[in-house]
Ligand binder design. Structure first.
Ligand SMILES: Cc1cc2nc3c(=O)[nH]c(=O)nc-3n(C[C@H](O)[C@H](O)[C@H](O)COP(=O)(O)OP(=O)(O)OC[C@H]3O[C@@H](n4cnc5c(N)ncnc54)[C@H](O)[C@@H]3O)c2cc1C
Length: 526
């Protein structure tokens, strides 16, 4: 059946925004169910001289999936697991997944080892039999918003708390299938097609070639999701991961699974000062590789105060234990070990570090069971939820307000410096803010909660100041959420105008008409 292009504004309306809460506009929408339909849609859109915006689950918070006119290609119906493989060399299982599959559905299928195998090859069925007899496995990409789609996660190079150990989505992607703007397909397997220096000559499935030049900039050596991923002699699969749908439409992803560790346990440690919390982070990061946590997460005094006050006044978050009044900041760590003996030794080791950093072992929450770990996860998720509630309330009086959330990261040796930068500038401005997030990677989300329009403007100016300072300190403007349509100025701050032109030129090699996801990462015109 040919792909259906729908023009009914009532059908289109719910798909005009994502979690950035920015609303766009579009003339039509389609819900493709296979690659052939996507190709038809691409050709129709191209012939009509329209543009196309790709959507996964629309959980993005930088407006990447928000259409700027033209057509919306929503991929939520392309949501099957299409096969399984066994990587004999690295002794791991591989899964082929369509882009609209949501992370929570995928995780469930992997945990239950239950798959709809319709259409799977004999080889995939055989890998599945091996998988079913072979212990527990998991996908190490652990983003907080588990309704996100795999295609969206690839296109934004999503990451999460456990990226401290396992890296971002990039590290788990072994293969990609894409459709380019002209409808041609490109199949990429890691290790097969490389740039020559910064020159690209990419072989498409029909044997034709795309030639181009990678931008000349050097990426900051920190966790990063800003602009195209480029370096000399790179594996070209990496160019498409994190490219925010500007170079091609991801139609299938091959992911590598990892064996589930024997024991996973968590620890929430509380400190009477931020300095002590930082000392603990430095001590954890100095542990030998094999003893490192999988995640190191931070919560400042404002986060703890928010949870306390909501527990007392709104009687929410009752599943979270009461917080000690003395606690001024907290560090959550998650560890894995293969045996109970190893776990007990590790707990003692970490308790020593905690005490040496001025933490209070007695006030520490230790989560050894799945249920207790869930409580700590609930604590981490409660903070953004409460922030969203406060902003929604303030929006009633000031409809233009949104939460302002930063996503910047710095090198290891700049962690103390950046914490002081945040603290000093927030104190100077008097803005209400909470700091939390992936401190192991020097990547905090500072959330400013403006109380009125003037503070909203002031908050945005503060972000610009931080971006300037952080770029000068070899950091990045976005480590996780990408640039989308809302952070162009920050990308320009990071790489400069010349680099933006080089990115535009690279995009034109793959998409000469500027059809795919216009306005993502950079405006199409300088
Ligand atoms: C409460 C909350 C928590 C979050 N936590 C995290 C977190 O921990 N870590 C993190 O990294 N992010 C987080 N995010 C942001 C968001 O979940 C991620 O960016 C996610 O990867 C987006 O996936 P999606 O399917 O919703 O993509 P969308 O929002 O639909 O799209 C994101 C971008 O990818 C493009 N795209 C989508 N599918 C394709 C495709 N098949 N081919 C080409 N381009 C495509 C879109 O055009 C868009 O530019 C969070 C968001 C919320 C609301």
């Amino acid at each position: 059946m040919p792909a259906q292009i729908l023009n009914d504004p009532q059908i289109i309306q719910p798909y005009l925004s994502d979690e950035s809460k920015v609303t766009g506009q579009a003339e039509s929408i389609s819900f493709a169910e296979n690659e052939a339909e996507i190709r038809e849609i691409l050709l129709a859109v191209s012939q009509a001289h329209q543009t196309l915006t790709v959507q996964g689950a629309r959980t993005g918070i930088t407006g990447g999936a928000v259409p700027k006119g033209g057509h919306i290609l929503n991929l939520s119906k392309l949501n099957r697991i299409t096969g399984m493989g066994w990587d004999a060399k690295r002794k791991r299982f591989l899964l082929s997944v369509q882009p609209g599959m949501q992370l929570n559905q995928l995780n469930k299928a992997i945990a239950e080892k239950s798959f709809d195998t319709t259409g799977w090859s004999a080889q995939a069925q055989s890998a599945l039999r091996r998988f079913q007899q072979n212990g527990a496995w998991f996908l190490p990409a652990d983003i907080t918003e588990t309704t996100a789609s795999i295609g969206g996660m690839v296109s934004t190079n999503a990451s999460g708390a456990k990226s401290y150990r396992y890296g971002s989505m990039r590290q788990h992607v072994l293969g990609l299938r894409l459709l380019l703007a002209n409808g041609k397909s490109l199949t990429l397997r890691r290790g097969e097609q490389f740039a020559q220096g910064r020159k690209v000559a990419l072989r498409l499935d029909d044997g034709s070639q795309i030639a181009g030049q990678l931008p000349a900039y050097q990426m900051p050596q920190v966790k990063n999701a800003s602009g195209y991923y480029v370096h000399e002699n790179m594996d070209l699969i990496d160019l498409f991961i994190g490219s925010e749908g500007t170079l091609g439409i991801v139609t299938e992803v091959t992911l590598a699974l990892a064996p589930q560790p024997g024991f996973t346990w968590g620890m929430m440690a509380f400190f009477t000062s931020e300095q002590n919390a930082l000392a603990y982070v430095h001590a954890l990061r100095a542990l030998p590789q094999a003893e490192q946590p999988a995640a190191i997460e931070f919560f400042d005094q404002a986060c703890l105060a928010l949870i306390r006050s909501e527990q007392e006044q709104l009687h929410t978050h009752q599943n979270i234990p009461a917080l000690s009044p003395a606690a001024q900041s907290a560090i959550y760590t998650e560890f894995t070990t293969e045996s109970l003996t190893d776990r007990d030794e590790a707990i003692n080791r970490v308790a020593d570090l905690l005490n040496a950093a001025g933490g209070d072992e007695q006030a520490t929450w230790l989560a050894l069971s799945h249920q207790d770990l869930e409580k700590l996860v609930a604590f981490r998720h409660a903070i953004p939820e409460s922030i969203n509630r406060i902003i929604a309330e303030r929006k009633r009086q000031h409809p233009n307000l949104t939460k302002l959330g930063s996503d910047m990261a710095v090198p290891d040796d700049k962690l103390d410096w950046v914490m002081k930068l945040y603290e000093d500038t927030l104190t100077q401005t008097g803005l209400e803010a909470l700091k939390f997030g992936h401190i192991g990677d020097n990547h905090l989300h500072v959330n400013i909660l403006p109380r009125n329009e003037a503070e909203y403007t002031q908050g945005k100016q503060l972000f610009e100041l931080w971006a300037r300072e952080i770029v000068a300190a070899s950091g990045t403007v976005s480590a996780e959420h990408g640039i989308g349509k809302l952070k162009h100025a920050l990308l320009a701050e990071l790489y400069g105008a010349q680099a933006l032109n080089e990115m535009r030129a690279l995009k034109r090699c793959f998409d000469s008409q500027g059809l795919l996801n216009p306005g993502n990462m950079f405006p199409l015109e300088a």
